[in-house]
Design a protein around this ligand. Structure first.
Ligand code: PBG
Length: 301
């Protein structure tokens, strides 16, 4: 049985006021300025949804190779966290931690000589996480896949007195073609190459378990498997291997496929939504990040 409590709602936030943009490859999903985002969060809370996962679209002129806008106290992410906390104090705020929206190269890490450099990126992610915690985030969600970042972020948070801030680790994040629509939403497609040097090979099963166990060891409170639908086997294996809650991300491409087929009249959208989301629970997901959360809550209530 699905409940509103199962869902994490990803939100795309834009600068400006009164800005609402439908994502071209994600019909009926929007990027909103902060005013509209706050209204949306109030509505979600009213529907019984308890957690949101924030992503921001960074202005081009603020992007560079260091990603330093990511830890700007007055950056769009930090302002959003504060505004949402003020408007709906009990909404559980998770924040995306990765450099891609801030990177002039569209990569999740800092680039040197055409490669992503792990350790300097981890330092940047620690600063980013602390600044989200300072703004009031309940949980940071590193989606970058650098090595050793969970331990470093945990240490950084504790060192700054944020002993209660949680970490949801994207532990098993595969290099997937299904992220395409998301990259449209944030204008964050990699400028060169792909993400295969840091995201996982989709043919690999055992690495997912190793990564999840390592992240728990390093201090993760929740471990995530991503994408969702093509990786139900991995969700189950991770669930069997760890003692912490497991989440999965029903990602943008999975959303787009259902929307497109439904628009063509080839499947029943509502049935497809419920069947898909139920399959994640069956596989073992305790939490599901999904663009279908509102639809699902309407369907089950
Ligand atoms: C990047 C990030 C991605 C998503 C969440 N964080 C895409 C990527 O790795 O390029 C994808 C989410 C989705 O497709 O819905 N840090």
């Amino acid at each position: 049985m699905l409940t509103p409590n199962d869902f994490i709602v990803p939100l795309f936030i834009d600068e400006g006021e009164g800005v609402v943009t439908e994502i071209a490859s994600m019909p009926n999903y929007y990027r909103r300025s902060l005013d509209g985002t706050v209204k949306e969060v109030k509505e979600l809370w009213g529907m019984g949804i308890k957690s949101v996962l924030l992503f921001i679209k960074c202005k081009d002129e603020l992007k560079d190779n260091t990603g330093k806008e990511a830890w700007n106290k007055d950056g769009l992410m930090q302002r959003s966290i504060r505004a949402i906390k003020e408007a709906v104090p009990d909404m559980y705020i998770m924040t995306d931690v990765a450099l891609d929206p801030y990177s002039s190269y569209g990569h999740d890490g800092i680039v040197k000589d055409g490669e992503i450099v792990n350790d300097p990126t981890v330092e940047a992610l620690v600063k980013m996480s602390i600044s989200h915690a300072e703004a009031g985030a309940d949980m940071v969600a590193p989606s970058d896949m650098m090595d050793g970042r969970i331990g470093a972020i945990r240490q950084g948070l504790e060192g700054s007195g944020f002993t209660k801030t949680g970490i949801m680790a994207y532990s098993a994040k595969y290099a997937s073609c299904f992220y395409g629509p998301f990259r449209d939403a944030l204008d964050s497609a990699p400028g060169f190459g792909d993400k295969k040097t840091y995201q996982m090979d989709y043919a690999n099963r055992t690495e997912a378990i190793k990564e999840a166990l390592m992240d728990v060891e390093e201090g993760a409170d929740i471990v995530m498997v991503k994408p969702g639908l093509p990786y139900l086997d991995i969700i189950r294996e991770v669930k069997n291997a760890v003692e912490v809650p497991v989440s999965c991300y029903n990602i943008s491409g999975e959303y787009a496929m259902i929307k497109a087929a439904a628009k063509m009249g080839w499947i029943d959208e509502n049935k497809a939504i419920l069947e898909t989301l139920t399959s994640f629970k069956r596989a073992g997901a305790d939490l599901i990040a999904t663009y279908f959360a509102k639809d699902a809550v309407k369907l089950i209530s």
